[in-house]
Write a protein that binds this ligand. Sequence first.
Ligand code: FPP
Length: 233
Amino acid sequence: MELPEHIAIILDGNGRWAKAKGMPRSYGHVVGCDNLEKICNFACELGIKYLTVYAFSTENWKRAEEEVKTLMNLFRRYLKRCIKSAHKNHMRVRIIGDPSRLDPDIRDSIRLLEKESENYDKMFFQIALNYGGRDEILRGVQKICEDVGSGKLSADKLSEAQFSSYLDTADIPDPDLLIRTSGEQRISNFLLWQLAYSEMYFTNVPWPDFNNDELLKAIEYYNSRDRRYGNAK
Ligand code: FPP
């Protein structure tokens, strides 16, 4: 079986999963968080080189204040725990998105996690936090304008590869496979530039129930596709 080099996942359905069990949405997020650790470990065991997950979007701030607070507290704990996984899996962890709106202690944890894991290269794990694809493209364009203004870059010579290097995912190959759990079939502002040629796998399974077998099913689906574009070999 050919492994996709880069898998991106939209982690969806924590809230509905919890509700179906008569539990508060926050319970779904806690279980979803534990599940992310399991799937990340399994992806590493399989030999997946790049894994990118959508944890919190620029739109998610509009959720109820209580839920945003719960999610931020979960990220606080998760980012600390993730240092251990990074050492265990020899995995480099990077956060994509705009950190400026996150609390200072969360930004400190991000810096520490990125620093502690920066020399690992068995797997590359990207967590999108306060991430929006349009926001990422805008931030990239702002930097490009600055570099054109200062003469570092010539506008008429800008290539797709150069443009990519201004995104949060600079030096990370585009995803081969996008997985979205829990039934919706939308991109929801995730990796808009990078998903141009990715295969898409949508499943009704909610994120907390998305186990190792479900990941293998998604990889089998990827294998069944006739890939002619993008990163196809
Ligand atoms: C989707 O469930 C999930 C999120 C809003 C993101 C939170 C993700 C986690 C807590 C998983 C762990 C991630 C990290 C990095 C710790 P939803 O609330 O959109 O579910 P619903 O569509 O059923 O309401």
